[in-house]
Structure formats: C-alpha cells, structure tokens
Design a protein around this ligand. Structure first.
Ligand code: LFR
Length: 484
C-alpha cells in the first residue's frame, strides 16, 4: 500500500529529471521506496562571448512541465524537494528579479582573481574555517570575479541554484546548508555563513539569505505555480540535501560504518562520512573537503574528474561523426590490454569543455606514455585513470580519517558501468557494491519522507530501507589485476 508520494527534482550538468518517490508500507512502517521518472530533460552550458552560462529560466520551465506531469499521475503529492550541482549561484536585484543568467562553474574567469582572494585570506586560514577543498570554481572565487563586473552593481542578493528554484516555487528565500557548505564562505563546524570570511573577501554578509537545514519545510507553492502545474495547494516545498552529492550520500546502501562511497556522475565524489570535520594541514594538503551532509554529517571527500572525461570525448566524436554506441565502446575498451597509459583525471586542464580526446592524448604524450590510438584505447585510458584515482583517494580518506575501509559503494550513473566498477574493485583491492543508479533522487525523497512522517529514523535507518528496496551488484577484487 502506498503511504505517501513525494516529488524529487534532480538536475545535473548534463540533464535533469522530475521523479515520483513512492513510499510503500503498512500503517506502522515503511518497507519499500521506489522511484518513477515522470519527466526527463537535457541540460548543457551555453556559451556567449566566450563565457559559460546556465539557462536557468529554461530549466525552471522544464521543472514546471515535470511537476505538471507529476500532478497528473499523483494529485496528492505531499512535498517537492530540489537538488542540483553545487557552487553556482544567481544574483537577484532589489526587486528579487534575476539580474542575468548564472555563470556555469566551468567558466574560467576565476583564474584572474584567485591570488587576490588568497591575499585577503590565505588558503590555510580559509581551510581552517571552511574545510573546503580548493577548486578554482568555488563560489568564493566566482563572486570575487563577479565583483569586477557590471552585473554586481545591480545585485542585492544571491541564491544558490536549488534555492533559486525553491524561491520561484514558494516566494521564500533560504540557503540550504549542504549546498552552502560548498561555497567557501561557510563555517564547517558552526554550520552557518562565516561572517569572518565574507568580511575579509569583501562580500556583504547579507548577500545570501539565512541558512536552513535539510529536512526543514521551505514553504507552500505560490498560487501561480498551483494553477500552472495542477499540484494541490497543500503541497509543500521541503529543503533536502540540495547539493546533489549530499542527497546521493544519504542513499548509499551502507550496512556498516567502514564504507567509502563514490558518487559517480559528471564528477566522481570519493570519500567517507564523518561526524566531525578534519581541518588539519595534512587534510588541506591532500585537498580533502569537509562538505556538509544531511543531519550535520560531514562528507569528507575529494572530487575526481568523473565521467565528464568520457562524455566530453563522446560529444567530440559525435560532433563530426555518427552517434557513438556506448555499450559497444565499453565492450571494446574491456578487450584493451591492462597496464596502458594513465592521466591525472583531477588536472585543471580537463575542467573546460571541448576537444577532450585531444587533451587526453596530449597529457599521455607529455608524460612519456603511449598515446591511445583507438577510441577503445582512449576510453580504457579514462576508465583506468578514474579507477586509479579512486583507489588513491579511498586509501587517503582512510588514512586521514583513521577509518578502516572494507567496502566501496558506487552510486549514480557510473554504477552501471560494469568495467569501471570492476577496475575500481581491482585497484582498491576491496569489494565494490554498485547501485542504486538514482541515489540522488532517492536521497532527496527519503529526507522529505522523514520530515513528513512517511519514514523514520537516522541515516542508517534510511539506508536500510534502500538496501531492502534495491537490487545491488557486487564486484569482487581480482587478485591478478593491477594494483595502484
Ligand atoms: C556533482 C557536483 C560536485 C561539485 C560539482 C560542481 O554534481 O555537485 O559535488 O563539486 O558538481 O558543482
């Protein structure tokens, strides 16, 4: 029997979806949760005058279309939750209107301002407060670049992108904590904006609205949204782990504490879950991040380049050739002999879009390794390099946190890539448990469901529900395979 239905809006760098999250069970307890896709749509950065932007109005339009379909199938949706990628923000003017399209984080305009930010506050001090890994697109650097431009003159507030979509649905402005933790302006131990950091880099402390925790209710739908979508006036918007990775980690089907996770999509986010941040110099030097999780857990992890290297390569091949069949390509990559070239998937040279196969080949050549000659060899190089990076990060996460790791969970789109999962098990020398694919939407739904009483308990209880609800795939490490 259906206990309750929730709507999950989950938007990534290459596509979005609106899902129905259906919690089933008796009157006393939830025993299963399942997802139904009601609407899928594409997403990509748009390039104008050499800068990269998101078409956020277009995305919101797709969200409304999806919510309309959701209302068509499930008129009594209890609540909606929204998650997207992190760090990007929109500027609003004094009337609460969008100043301009938000920049996309792969835009390289921050390169010119990073030194000036570090002059105002050295990386050591920033890390001791924010616990955030250095990435050139962290919001702190993006805003420092923004301050040099004309748009800034018209800005009186900023919202992170999921908060912007929630604002457009409800009229309420909030900063959800897990995503705020990715800005470089957030105090990792106090779970609030750092007035110290904001002051030092010259950002008004009122630019972002007050923080709210995942699991709190943001508000009701605006009348215009109710009439456009057909959702009920009683449907609420609930803050979830609005950073997609935070939602994904909620739905990692871990059964014991010694787990590492890889949230595998455009990026691979590799790490462990902790109760307290690690703000030491050793941790900073290893560039580990202490991002905020649901229930104030810490996502202690590092970003690895992710499937972006693969999808960008395919995009390049398809730009002047026929569509590429991913399954065929992966089968061919599996036949390629192990021990081939490796590239540093975290290198800044792979962040920007365009000409990815050429950049990968150039990196192999520069490091004196054989250059991939076929598409299969190039794909194998990407997957070997990813698995190599994963093993390295898992090992470091264990060492820096003092945690004994005995299993690696892979969730998200990459959990369907059997070759990558096997290579990961081999390189880590640990069992890999793959799935669920839609962990992000699932984590989004579970947090809402708990707020509204359809499920109960700690994150461990929610994870048990995931284990009960999904078939997972197990990969054992192969002894003969290459270890990093
Ligand atoms: C994954 C992700 C990562 C973040 C990157 C940029 O989708 O949210 O966690 O570092 O995108 O926002």
């Amino acid at each position: 029997t259906v206990r309750a239905v929730f709507g999950a809006v989950d938007i990534g760098a290459s596509g979005g979806r609106v899902m129905a999250g259906i919690v089933e069970g008796s009157d006393h307890a939830a025993h299963r949760v399942r997802l139904e896709v009601v609407h899928r749509f594409g997403n990509r950065v748009s390039e104008r005058d050499g800068s990269l932007f998101w078409d956020i109005r277009g995305l919101f339009d797709q969200v409304l279309t999806g919510l309309g379909k959701l209302a068509g199938s499930y008129p009594d949706v209890v609540s909606i939750g929204i998650d997207t990628w992190a760090v990007d923000y929109a500027l609003l003017d004094a009337d609460g209107e969008l100043v301009a399209d938000p920049y996309a984080y792969r835009d390289d305009r921050t390169a010119a301002v990073i030194d000036s930010v570090h002059a105002a506050m050295p990386p050591e001090e920033l890390y001791a407060i924010t616990g955030l890994q250095f990435l050139p697109f962290n919001t702190i650097y993006q805003l420092a670049a923004e301050k040099l431009g004309e748009r800034w003159q018209r800005a009186s507030a900023a919202l992170l992108l999921p908060d912007l979509l929630a604002y457009w649905l409800t009229g309420v402005q909030r900063s959800e904590a897990t995503n705020a933790s990715t800005t470089g302006l957030f105090d990792a131990a106090r779970h609030d904006w750092s007035t110290l950091v904001l002051d030092r880099v010259g950002i008004p402390s009122t630019l972002f609205p007050p923080v709210s925790a995942a699991g709190s209710v943001t508000g009701s739908l605006l009348p215009g949204i109710v009439s456009r979508t057909g959702l009920s006036r009683s449907t609420l918007v609930t803050a979830v782990g609005s950073h997609d990775t935070a939602s994904a980690v909620v739905a990692v089907p871990a059964e014991q504490p010694g787990f590492a996770y890889i949230s595998s999509g455009t990026w691979s986010l590799v790490g462990v879950e902790l109760e307290q941040p690690i703000l030491t110099e050793a941790s900073r030097e290893a560039n580990f991040t202490n991002e905020g999780g649901v229930d104030n857990r810490i996502r202690y992890l590092r970003n690895a380049g992710g499937l972006w290297l693969l999808t960008e390569s395919i995009r390049e091949w398809e730009s002047d050739g026929p569509p590429v069949d991913l399954a065929d390509l992966l089968t061919a990559a599996e036949q390629v002999r192990p021990g081939g070239p490796l590239v540093d998937v975290d290198a800044e040279e792979f962040i920007a879009p365009g000409r990815m196969p050429q950049r990968i080949a150039a990196a192999c050549e520069r490091s004196g390794q054989p250059v991939p000659q076929t598409r299969a060899e190039l794909v194998r190089c990407v997957l070997d390099s990813l698995a190599h990076a994963y093993a390295d990060i898992v090992q470091q996460a264990g060492r820096l946190s003092g945690r004994e790791i005995d299993v690696v969970h892979v969730v998200g789109g990459g959990s369907q890539n059997a070759l990558l999962c096997q290579l990961t098990a081999d390189r880590c020398g640990l069992p890999v448990v793959a799935g669920p694919v839609e962990a992000t939407a699932l984590g989004n739904v579970l947090v809402q469901a708990r707020t509204h009483g359809a499920v109960a308990g700690t994150l461990e209880d929610l994870r048990e529900l995931v284990v009960r609800s999904y078939d997972l795939t197990h990969y054992a490490p192969q002894e003969s395979a290459v270890r990093s």
